[in-house]
Design a protein around this ligand. Sequence first.
Ligand code: CU
Length: 159
Amino acid sequence: MNRILTLVGLLISSSAFAATYVTSDAKTKTATLIVNASEGSAGGGLNFNGAVRGAKTFTVPAGWKVVLKFKNLGMMGHSAIVTKGKTPPNSITTKDAAFPKAYTPKLVEGMAMNAAADFKFSANTAGTYNIVCGVPGHNLGGQWLGLVVSSSAKAATYK
Ligand SMILES: [Cu+2]
């Protein structure tokens, strides 16, 4: 019995962990993405959610609304923007946003430690995108995640 309870506990905690960075609401067709800059030491802090160089990818069904909740956990300034393509552009301005207003404040200078900001956009065009820090050099340092807007996905995922 104890072993069963332990197993149930593990299953609950592992699924809760997997859901940490994404919430998928099919009713309202809304995906909520958590993007924490500098979570732990991967990439010398140039990471999102502890992942570097697109090692993790959000997938969002095409036509859904996306709420991206950004927070900077690091001491350096960081930001986030959604850009088009498999890898981010070399130098980044707000003009690189793949969707209108799909970026945080202080894109180039970076937001301060513990600062947070949300932005919203409609994922209305299927394709391959990324979420990248706009502070110069941070993209080359690997501070970006993948983002796929999928015509076939039924739920938002992060893996
Ligand atoms: Cu950064």
